[in-house]
Design a protein around this ligand. Structure first.
Ligand code: ZN
Ligand code: ZN
Length: 115
């Protein structure tokens, strides 16, 4: 039963990828869009807008987590970040200003750097 619930969860939150022909997991977190993006300069979580994508460091910088604001939820998108590693490599973790933004209105979403 736990496995079934897990499978349903995966099915609901897998979105098609703009790079590969597969789907990647968008794992909902308990972060709210009103206090979403951790900023190391201000030491607070800044609000995120729908379509924002950012990186945060964990475990004293040893780990990096990629998060996106989508449909009023903050999702962890590490799988997408691994697939599109070249794009995501330039992302500064814990940044004051959100660098990446969703370019498409519908999936598969492409993400582009803000000017
Ligand atoms: Zn992919
Ligand atoms: Zn800040």
């Amino acid at each position: 039963m736990a496995q079934l619930a897990a499978d349903l969860q995966l099915a609901v939150h897998r979105l098609p990828c703009a790079r590969c022909s597969g789907r990647h997991l968008w794992l909902p977190t308990d972060l709210s869009p009103q206090a979403a993006r951790y900023c190391s300069a201000c030491r607070v979580r800044h609000p995120a807008q729908d379509g924002d994508l950012w990186a945060e460091s964990r475990l004293l910088g040893l780990r990096r987590v990629f998060l996106a604001c989508q449909d009023g939820r903050v999702c962890q998108v590490n799988e997408l970040a691994r697939c599109q590693a070249e794009l995501f490599a330039k992302l500064q973790p814990d940044c004051h200003r959100c660098q990446l933004r969703r370019a498409e209105a519908a999936p598969p979403y492409r993400f582009v750097y803000r000017k």
